[in-house]
Design a protein around this ligand. Structure first.
Ligand SMILES: [Zn+2]
Length: 255
């Protein structure tokens, strides 16, 4: 497809200097292609992809934060229960201790039994206190995990803010270009035949950026089918600026 981008003559006047004249359909086609490329770029801006990756990460992070918080509550509840249980047993052992030294029990066998009971209670109390300390250590580890997850969450939040600003400015820059293209297209469409523009627009869905092609006497429309010599001769005889069909592929051939 010839690039007409550098030419500043937007309205063909049918004059004799053909090299300076761009067929309005070719100009419209060029503007449409550029518009499509910009829209594609706008939809696929890297910041958009980064943002969606971070948002997915944030979702997973929030789940981890919630899980750790819940685990910490469970561990602290367990620690409290173990401490309470240890305190009850300690109180029981203390009561027994007092009885042991009160002098109210005198039989050796009873004293021995009480001593055994106290030893059992103290051992159980010690075990419960140990498990309570383990739970406390576990809760501290979970707190550290929560802090680290919170720091990551904040980092990602800041990253999202930066990316959103970058995305907005990239979109605004593209939107400005799109608006300029749209204005230029309106001007080019005003210079072209309405029916030809409508035909081009219908066919663009099939042929995309090479819907309209300038006539080339050696290859016809440039499509894979060789244009018959008689057809080439026919188009050659047409007036410059005319919009014809390639009988082989259906593209618009611009004379
Ligand atoms: Zn063709």
């Amino acid at each position: 497809m010839p690039d007409a981008g550098q030419r500043d003559d937007e309205s063909p006047d049918g004059g004799d200097d053909r090299s300076d004249t761009v067929h309005p359909l070719l100009e419209i086609q060029r503007l449409d292609t550029e518009t499509e490329q910009l829209r594609h770029r706008r939809a696929n801006l890297p910041q958009r992809q980064d943002l969606s990756a971070i948002r997915a990460e944030q979702g997973e992070q929030q789940r981890q934060i919630d899980t750790v918080a819940l685990q910490r509550i469970e561990v602290l509840t367990r620690q409290k229960r173990l401490e309470d249980e240890a305190a009850i047993i300690q109180a029981k052992a203390d009561v027994d201790d007092n009885r042991l030294y009160s002098g109210e029990i005198t039989a050796i066998r009873d004293l021995q039994a009480l001593q055994d009971e106290i030893a059992g209670l103290r051992s159980r109390q010690g075990m419960l206190e140990e498990r309570a300390i383990e739970a406390l250590v576990e809760a501290e580890e979970l707190s550290e995990q929560a802090d680290s997850l919170e720091a990551q969450r904040k980092f990602n939040e800041e990253r999202v803010t930066v990316l959103e600003a970058e995305l907005a400015s990239a979109e605004a820059a593209i939107d400005e270009q799109l608006a300029a293209l749209s204005t230029a297209r309106t001007e080019s469409a005003a210079a072209a035949e309405t029916a030809a523009v409508a035909r081009y627009e219908r066919m663009r869905e099939t042929f995309g950026p090479s819907t309209a092609v300038p006539f080339d006497p050696s290859s016809g429309c440039g499509c894979p089918h060789q244009m018959p010599a008689v057809e080439v001769a026919r188009i050659k005889r047409c007036t410059e600026g005319e919009v014809l069909d390639c009988a082989e592929c259906g593209r618009l051939v611009l004379r």
